[in-house]
Design a protein around this ligand. Structure first.
Ligand code: NAP
Length: 280
C-alpha cells in the first residue's frame, strides 16, 4: 500500500498524528480507503513522514498488522483477557474486572476491525454480552454464538437489542435454535465444529473473525490450527481458582508447547501479548 508523500501532503501534516487520528486512519485502511502520510507493508510494518505521538505509534504497531493484508484475505484472531495464573473468570463466571479500562478499549478496537465476533454458548449465558463497539469509534461486527444444542435462551440481549446482526449456530436449526445449522458441531473431537463455523461465516462474506471467548471456544480454535493470531491481555493479579483460559490436549514434553512470534505492549496496568502463528 504505497502512499503519496508530496510536499503538499507534508505541509498538511505539520502537526502530529495523535491517537485519535491514528485510530481514524486504521478504520479507513480497514474500509479499503487510502490514507495520507503512511506507508504500510503487507505485514503491518509502517513508516510516516509526519510526527507520530507515542500513543499513535502503539496503535499503528498493534492494529496495522490486522488491517494491512489485502481486503479479501481471511483473518482469524482470538483474544483472551486473563490473570497471571491463566484464569478468565471466577468459578461462578464473573470476569468484568479482570482487565483495566485500557484492556477493555483494546477489546472494543478488535471488535471494530472484524466482520464477526464469536462466543461460545457458556459465555452467552454467563455474561449476557452485547458484543457491540461502544468504547471506541467504529462499526459493530456481526455477533455469532456457537450453541450446538440451542441452550442459549432467546431472551439474551444480543438476540433482542437490534444493535447488530446475530447468528446462532446450532447442530440442527430446526430445533430450539433460531439460527443456522452447522452439523459438524456434533462431533466430540477437540477441533470439531471449527471448520464448519468458519465455512458458515465465510459463506456469508464474514472473512475477518474475532474469537472472543470463553476459554473452551478459543482453545478449540487454537487446537484446530486455524488461528492467525491470539491477543492475550494479562492482568497483574492471581485468582487462584476460576475458569481457565487455555485447555489443550496433554503434552509430555515442553518442546510440544504452542509457540509463536510474540510482541508485547503495555495497556496501562495490563500487558498485551500478540502471538502471530505461521499458517501459510
Ligand atoms: N476474560 C475473557 O476474555 C473472557 C471472554 C469471554 C468469556 N469469558 C468468560 O468465560 C466463561 C465461559 O467460558 P467457557 O470456556 O466455560 O465456555 P465458552 O467457551 O463460552 O462456551 C463453550 C461452549 O460453546 C460451545 N462451543 C464452542 N466452540 C464449539 C465448537 N467448536 N464445537 C462445538 N461446540 C462449541 C459448546 O457448547 P455446548 O456445551 O452447548 O456443547 C461449549 O461447551 C464465562 O464465565 C465468561 O464470563 C471471559
Amino acid at each position: 500500500m504505497e502512499l503519496r508523500t508530496t510536499s503538499t501532503l507534508r505541509a498538511h501534516w505539520q502537526g502530529s498524528i495523535t491517537a485519535s487520528t491514528a485510530w481514524k486512519m486504521i478504520l479507513d485502511i480497514r474500509q479499503g480507503r487510502e490514507v495520507e502520510a503512511l506507508t504500510i507493508a503487507d505485514d503491518g510494518g509502517w513508516q510516516s513522514y509526519a510526527k507520530v505521538t507515542a500513543e499513535a505509534r502503539q496503535l499503528f504497531d498493534i492494529y496495522l498488522p490486522l488491517v494491512s493484508r489485502a481486503g479479501d484475505q481471511p483473518l482469524v484472531i482470538a483474544q483472551m483477557g486473563q490473570t497471571l495464573d491463566g484464569r478468565i473468570a471466577t468459578v461462578d463466571g464473573r470476569n468484568e474486572l479482570i482487565n483495566g479500562p485500557a484492556g477493555l478499549i483494546h477489546l472494543h478496537r478488535l471488535r471494530a476491525l472484524v466482520d464477526a465476533v464469536v462466543i461460545g454458548a457458556s459465555t452467552a449465558i454467563a455474561d449476557d454480552p452485547l458484543l457491540t463497539v461502544r468504547h471506541v469509534e467504529g462499526p459493530s461486527p456481526v455477533r455469532v454464538v456457537i450453541d450446538p444444542s440451542g441452550r442459549v435462551p432467546g431472551g439474551q440481549r444480543l438476540f433482542r437489542d437490534g444493535c447488530a446482526r446475530t447468528l446462532q449456530l446450532c447442530i440442527d436449526a430446526a430445533s430450539s435454535c433460531s439460527g443456522s445449522a452447522v452439523p459438524d458441531l456434533a462431533g466430540a473431537s477437540s477441533g470439531c465444529g471449527v471448520s464448519g463455523v468458519l465455512a458458515t461465516l465465510q459463506a456469508r462474506g464474514l472473512k475477518r473473525v474475532l474469537i472472543e471467548g470463553g476459554g473452551t471456544t478459543v482453545s478449540r480454535f487454537l487446537e484446530a490450527g486455524v488461528l492467525d493470531r491470539i491477543h492475550v491481555t494479562v492482568a497483574p493479579m492471581i485468582l487462584g481458582s476460576g475458569k481457565p483460559s487455555f485447555s489443550l490436549s496433554e503434552i509430555s514434553s515442553i518442546d510440544a508447547a504452542v509457540r509463536a512470534r510474540t510482541r508485547r505492549f503495555s495497556l496501562e496496568q495490563d500487558t498485551l501479548f500478540d502471538l502471530e502463528f505461521c499458517r501459510h
